[in-house]
Design a protein around this ligand. Structure first.
Ligand code: PMP
Length: 407
């Protein structure tokens, strides 16, 4: 298919939905004034579609660190660490993250997407097998496509299916790398990591486990290390990958590991070697945000009470939600048109969420992805639920009369 045909196919698929209202890819916030408030179409908007789980994007300490580093060291590094060298901040950030996880090694990447493609292409050599959860993020799929290894998918969150696929590989000489996520970004469900770790242990020596904690860093676990910590399987997780673009509130990615010789990855991991390194400002932002995360555990507690309030509130109204309380609350809708209509009406009423429709969703689901921050106030959550109630009833998604205050 040529470029023109591909554009025509996309137009045919999305044009119909765009005709129903706004184009999600062309929204522009004129201003963002806090982790939860912005101006869109000249009107105030409550943000329920960010990944700003701890609300750190406006933390004064973080802003001060970012500004000071930019003033002192400039706006960018203008090259990769292999070509232009590391700044002290890159090394300090890596040492701090390794310490945070109590792991020996850490490597930082320019984004979380790059961390996944970098680690997967570095780990998945020609004779190896990558075993990935079917609901994996695009960056995991893309990494697998780029890697020399074979890729096998197993059923979402199914240790049984993983075990079956591993049994079929018995006698296979190469490494097997299992890849799962801590919290899945669309439905907000967590991986059964204790069970996955047990499957990995049973499968033998040359089997590794990599966990992407993009949505669980700062969110799960006693000290916020993620689902590996919450499930008490950190020793079984050979590679923990994450991003700075969510709870850390900036941009960048990382991998921590205890695997011996890990540092040599820097010399053959192309997505590390051939792209510019994190800017001084982003490095200092990330360092300050990790410090704030440790200093303010109450943010995690607030995030979870907000998550419970939103999850239960939407369920009580009659919306079909994801399977468990989570900072990512999926509202499942019967068709893409319904999702688009609800998304548009919510924006009309000042509530911004994320729309997710096939092919970007697992099992061709149509949903709104509603996400919570520790920075949301109870009043904001109540207001958002009120809008969901009235707009949901107006569109016939929930029973009328379930509006907040009328129950
Ligand atoms: N992994 C997962 C599970 C994600 O959801 C995302 C971002 N949505 C990424 C990786 C990529 O992170 P980044 O935005 O830092 O590129």
């Amino acid at each position: 298919m040529g470029l023109k045909d591909r554009i025509a196919a996309v137009e045919a698929n999305y044009g119909r939905l765009r005709a129903l209202g706004r184009d999600p890819s062309r929204l522009e916030f004129q201003n963002v004034w806090s982790p939860t408030e912005a101006t869109l179409e000249g009107r105030p908007m409550m943000l329920f579609g960010t990944n700003n789980y701890l609300g750190l994007t406006f933390d004064p300490n973080v802003l001060e660190a970012a500004t000071a580093a930019t003033r002192a060291l400039g706006s960018g590094t203008t090259g990769s660490r292999i070509a232009n060298g590391s700044y002290g901040g890159h090394k300090a950030l890596e040492a701090e993250i390794a310490r945070f996880y109590a792991k020996q090694h850490c490597i930082v990447f320019s984004t979380g997407y790059v961390a996944n493609i970098g680690m997967i292409t570095a780990l998945g050599g020609k004779d190896d097998v990558l075993l990935i959860d079917a609901d994996s993020h695009a960056s995991i799929y893309d990494g697998c496509k780029m890697a020399d290894a074979e890729t096998i998918r197993f059923r979402h969150n199914s240790p049984e299916d993983l075990a079956k696929k591993l049994r079929r590989l018995e006698g296979h000489p190469g490494d097997k790398i299992i890849i799962v996520e801590g919290i899945y970004s669309m439905l907000g469900d967590t991986a059964p990591l204790a069970e996955f770790a047990a499957v990995k242990r049973e499968a033998g020596d040359n089997v590794y486990l990599m966990v992407d904690e993009a949505h669980s860093l700062g969110v799960l676990g006693e000290s916020g290390r993620g689902q590996c910590q919450a499930a008490h399987v950190e020793d079984d997780c050979d590679f923990i990958v994450g991003t700075f673009s969510k709870s850390v509130g900036t941009i960048g990615g990382y991998c921590v590991s205890n695997v011996e010789g890990f540092d040599w990855i820097r010399s053959f991991c192309r997505p590390y070697m051939f792209t510019a390194s994190m800017t001084p400002g982003t490095v200092s932002t990330a360092r300050a945000a990790f410090r704030r995360m440790a200093e303010r555990p109450e943010l995690r507690a607030k995030l979870w009470s907000n998550s419970a309030a939103l999850f239960r509130g939407l369920g009580d109204l009659g919306f079909e939600t994801g399977p468990e309380v989570s900072p990512v609350v999926a509202v499942k809708l019967p068709a893409p048109e319904v999702a688009v209509a609800l998304w548009n009406r919510l924006i009309d009423e000042g509530v911004y969420t994320n729309i997710a429709i096939p092919p970007a969703t697992p099992n061709a689901l149509s949903l709104l992805r509603v996400s919570v921050s520790a920075a949301h106030s109870e009043a904001q959550i109540e207001r958002a639920l009120g809008v969901f109630a009235s707009v949901g009833a107006e569109l016939g998604i929930i029973e009328p009369g379930t509006a907040r205050g009328e129950r």
